[in-house]
Write a protein that binds this ligand. Structure first.
Ligand SMILES: [Zn+2]
Length: 248
């Protein structure tokens, strides 16, 4: 594969991360080559998309079916007062193009289903789970494992958040983690700042994973409790009877 050449403007734009020795110019070029999918353009998606695009990921696809509502605006910082009623993907596209014209951004206004998930997941390097409900997360999880694509999961509730990286063939999956979990009652409480931190951790995971440096959350669950200021990392096992990942 031909390594894309970063323009003079891009070299200036990303200078403060290129000088981070573990990333360097080679890592920045790797980010430019990367193609990622973000499912959900809400609170987590706002944080993930802003930082992915600012960091110079080459191709970013966004899937979401919702429109911007006033109750989103405490936390979904990609969407502003002037976007009320717009599809979230349209609002996101406007902001992200204005943030960084060097990133190729594609959007799809669809609700993720077992029938269309494979279409979005296939051919990307990484998927971000920025969804807000367990059934859709499990659909995405299955599609990622069937296609062999790593998925970085983020979740928020109130002042708690969690992040994990699932890699088909190497780790368990979201279904292993949530098999016995009852979906929370809707709507759940969320602070914008919690979603922002969790999304930022997801992006840092992605940069490290794509550029192969640092410690990863593969097989681990990072749980952040901002109420108690308690941060812990748990090992996640793989369920032998998991219908999604046990045969890999
Ligand atoms: Zn599993």
């Amino acid at each position: 594969m031909t390594v894309p050449v970063l323009s003079t403007e891009e070299l200036a734009r990303y200078q403060r991360q290129i000088i981070f020795r573990a990333l360097g110019l080679h890592g920045q070029e790797r980010l430019k080559q990367a193609r990622v999918l973000v499912v959900g353009a809400g609170g987590l998606g706002s944080s993930v998309l802003n930082y992915l695009v600012a960091a110079g990921i080459g191709q970013v696809m966004v899937v979401d079916h919702d429109e911007v509502e006033v109750s989103n605006l405490n936390r979904q910082i990609l969407h502003w007062e002037s976007d009320l009623g717009l599809p979230k993907v349209e609002s996101a596209l406007n902001k992200l193009k204005a943030l960084n014209p060097w990133v190729n951004i594609q959007v799809g206004r669809e609700r993720l289903t077992p029938g269309n998930a494979g279409k979005w997941v296939n051919g990307v390097d990484l998927v971000f789970d920025c969804l807000d409900n367990l059934p859709s997360r499990l659909v995405l999880n299955r599609a990622c494992f069937e296609a062999g694509i790593p998925m970085i999961h983020g979740g928020v509730q109130g002042m708690r958040g969690q992040v994990s990286t699932f890699v088909p063939g190497e780790t368990g999956c979201l279904e292993c983690l949530f098999k016995d979990e009852a979906p929370p009652s809707s709507p759940t409480a969320v602070f914008g700042a919690t979603a922002s931190v969790v999304g930022s951790v997801q992006v840092l995971e992605a940069i490290k994973y794509l550029c192969r440096f640092g410690r990863s959350l593969c097989g681990k669950l990072l749980i952040m409790d901002f109420m108690k200021l308690d941060f812990r990392m748990l090992d996640i096992g793989q369920r032998e009877d998991c219908p999604v990942c046990s045969s890999l």
